[in-house]
Write a protein that binds this ligand. Structure first.
Ligand code: SF4
Ligand code: SF4
Length: 186
């Protein structure tokens, strides 16, 4: 099954290889997990309220907040998703990316991915092997669909991803801020 979602840290074992480089926490995401966990029960109640909204209104609210928050959120100053989680690599992602490296898909899988317990291909290690020092993505033009879509707050079908969005408050400072704003508005 294609999931198109990032796997969050609870689901992804953190692999450390001998040459694994330490990547420091970005200032945007500093203390984010602790702050998000402190707000978790408040945000769970918020999610329960959000589930009662009409899907169209819920979507409008999320999409508008996504636009506002990402106007001042610079992903290049953050990259916390690339540092701490793994996208799911679909078959078409694997074919496209391996082609760009002139590798066979099997070779690409063996080098960079493994199949997790949900039978999704995910990265062998975090931070992502393709994350560069300046937080740019080495494979930006061919990156997985899950990377393009993350954090999913401007996509359709918000309602069915509310639990995932809540989990993403621990990973993505923009999602954390969207929830903060929703707390004030609702
Ligand atoms: S999507 Fe979120 S976690 Fe990823 S780089 Fe942008 S602000 Fe950071
Ligand atoms: S492929 Fe690129 S965008 Fe996706 S996690 Fe890796 S560095 Fe980030």
């Amino acid at each position: 099954m294609f999931c198109f979602l990032y796997k969050n840290p609870a689901f992804v074992p953190y692999f450390c290889r001998p040459n694994h480089q330490h990547v420091s926490e970005s200032h945007l995401a500093e203390g984010l997990t602790e702050r998000a966990l402190a707000k978790k029960s408040q945000n769970q109640k918020l999610v329960a309220r959000l589930r009662k909204l009409k899907p169209q209104k819920l979507e409008q609210q999320f999409h508008q907040l996504h636009e506002e928050v990402f106007q001042h959120t610079d992903c290049l100053q953050c990259a916390n998703c690339c540092k701490t989680t793994s996208p799911v690599f679909t078959e078409s992602d694997i074919n496209r990316i391996s082609r760009s490296f002139k590798m066979k898909p099997d070779e690409f899988i063996e080098t960079y991915l493994y199949m997790d317990h949900e039978e999704d291909y995910v990265l062998q290690e975090a931070p992502c092997h393709f994350l560069l020092e300046d937080n740019k993505c080495l494979i930006y033009d061919v990156r997985p669909k899950a990377c393009r879509d993350y954090p999913h707050t401007n996509r359709k079908g918000i309602r069915k991803r509310l639990s995932l969005s809540l989990k993403n408050t621990e990973v993505c400072p923009a999602v954390y801020e969207i929830f903060e704003r929703l707390q004030k508005e609702l």
